[in-house]
Every structure is written in structure tokens, then in C-alpha cells.
Write a protein that binds this ligand. Sequence first.
Ligand SMILES: *[C@@H]1O[C@H](CO)[C@@H](O)[C@H](O)[C@H]1NC(C)=O
Ligand SMILES: *[C@@H]1O[C@H](CO)[C@@H](O)[C@H](O)[C@H]1NC(C)=O
Ligand SMILES: *[C@@H]1O[C@H](CO)[C@@H](O)[C@H](O)[C@H]1NC(C)=O
Length: 304
Amino acid sequence: MINLEASATIRAILIAIAVLLSGYESSASSWHYQDEEHWPQGCKEGKHQSPIALNARDATLIDFEPFSLNGYGESVTAVLKNNGHSAEIRPKMSGDKPSISGGGFNHTYKLDHLHFHWQSEHVIDRYRFPLELHLVHYAKEFGNLSAALQHPGGIAVLAVMFDLSPDDDAEFEPLVSIIDTLKDKVGQPVNLTNFVIKNFIPRNVAGYYRYDGSLTTPACNEGVIWTVFTNTIPISKEQVKVFDEMRTEDHKILKQNYRSLQSLNERKLYLKRSPLRDNFINSATTHSISVTLLYSLISFIVLY
Ligand SMILES: *[C@@H]1O[C@H](CO)[C@@H](O)[C@H](O)[C@H]1NC(C)=O
Ligand SMILES: *[C@@H]1O[C@H](CO)[C@@H](O)[C@H](O)[C@H]1NC(C)=O
Ligand SMILES: *[C@@H]1O[C@H](CO)[C@@H](O)[C@H](O)[C@H]1NC(C)=O
């Protein structure tokens, strides 16, 4: 009798410990956009954090040499997945990874992966775009992303804003269906073929904001060089809506995944103006860019 009671008590204690440990583990490893106050200390105390508000009035004009982009135009296989915080695309290269140099960089940077934020994290002239793409790069000499994170200037992120276009393309369905299959499957990869990274970078990359910031997700590591292009890529309201259905690991709707704006503090914001007027370029090339984007998306093949 006594033995039975004692073992029941021990079992209850063990269960309580297990519950406490699992609760502790999940709160230590997971984070949410709804409670930035619970993000790690470095995110809250850093003075060089991202994203920030961008506008020409606060910026110092600067003239960097043109970018040199290598390998972004290839049609490659890529792996798309819902990582619980974003839709992430990892190109699988047989040879060298795409790389970028010039544009005021002191290193050659290799592409690690791409991911989306909806709505945009950076705002330009107080405007929050419906979608922002981050192309995350690491300095070649460090060999990989985690090693490069340990060095100031080791990581360079190229940010591309998508702006709403009046056209509601029904033919955008291929991307819709891919994201749709992934929306509730955190961590499950889907293979994409014929992925052309260049179609997700504005044709004119001569205009951009440049500043020294951080990762916009925990642990918010600083020393990240940001380049936010001033030219945008058009996207329709319907197309953006696909992202609204994405879910987190705990099956909650990932309605939006942008971090709040951080203070510029003592940092300098630079603006490299395109020699061509941005808006003029946009309206002239909107159609051809959207057609290219559409074709690239249609050519995605989902392999199960
Ligand atoms: C490149 O190096 C120069 C000279 O040391 C420095 O002023 C500049 O900030 C560096 N640029 C970047 C993007 O790190
Ligand atoms: C990244 O590079 C460092 C230094 O070369 C190495 O120790 C580490 O294992 C690499 N990490 C990955 C994930 O490849
Ligand atoms: C994706 O491609 C890799 C080979 O590159 C293969 O091993 C894997 O099984 C594929 N995944 C799916 C879900 O088809």
C-alpha cells in the first residue's frame, strides 16, 4: 500500500519535472514575432540593430563602384521550405555558389539562402512594402554562414522590395500551390527546379541604401552589411496573399513576420542613387520584369 503510494508520488514528481523541462526547452529555443520583449538580450540591447526606417533626408549620398554579380542567372535546383518563421529557398549548386562583389564591399560574398518577410521589414519614406526578400550572403574567406557571423562585415544581406502591381495574375498559381503545400509543414523541404535567382533581383541594382546592421531574427547578431535596393519588383495582391496562410511550428498563423523598426543611433545611413531615375525605370520595365518573374515561377516543378 505504502509502496504503491510512494511510486505514484514519484511518478507524479517525474511527470511534473518532465513538463517543466519541456516548457523550459520550448521557451528557450522558440521565439515569436508577437513578443519581441522576450527575444534574447542582444536583440534588445544592441545599438546596431535592423531593420530601420530609410529615407533620403537622413542619408549621406555616396558613390560606390558598380556591383559585380556572378552566377545568379543560372537555372538551378533549389529547396523550398517553411522554417517556421519564413519561406526559405536554398539553391543547390553543382559548382560555385553565386557571388557578389563591388558596390563598396571589401569582400566577395557568396549566397547562402533567400527568405521572405511579409510585410517588409525596412520601410522607405515611411512606406511598408507588402513583401521583402532577403538574399543572405557570407564573405567567401569564412567558408560558411555561421563562421562568417563571428566577424564584423562577414555577412551581407541584399534586400529586395516587392510593390503592389494593379494586375492580378491568375497565372501566378504555380508559386501559390507550392507555398500552399508547405504552409502547415514546418521543416519539410520541397524540391524546385529551374529556379533563377536573378529573377528575384531588380534589373537595375545601381540605386540602394547601405548601412551597418544586424540579423533581424534572434540572436540579432550585429556586423551585417545591409543593401536595400531602391528599385522594386511588382507583385499582385493575390500573389502576396499566399504568404498569409503560412503557419508556425505550433500551427499558429504566421500572419506577418517583420521585426519592429530599430533606432539608427550613431550609425551612418548611405544612399547610392541610381544614375537613372528609379520611378521612371520602374514604370518602363514593370511589364517585362513581371513577365520574366511569371515565367520563372511557372517553370518551377514540384518533385515529391
Ligand atoms: C571597407 O573598408 C573601408 C576601409 O577600411 C571602410 O571604411 C569601409 O567601411 C569598409 N566597407 C564595408 C562595407 O565594410
Ligand atoms: C563552418 O566553418 C567553420 C570554420 O571553417 C567550421 O569549423 C564549421 O564546422 C563550419 N560549419 C558548417 C556548418 O559547415
Ligand atoms: C530532393 O532532391 C534530393 C536530391 O537532390 C533527393 O535526395 C530528395 O529525395 C528529393 N526530395 C523530395 C521530397 O523529392
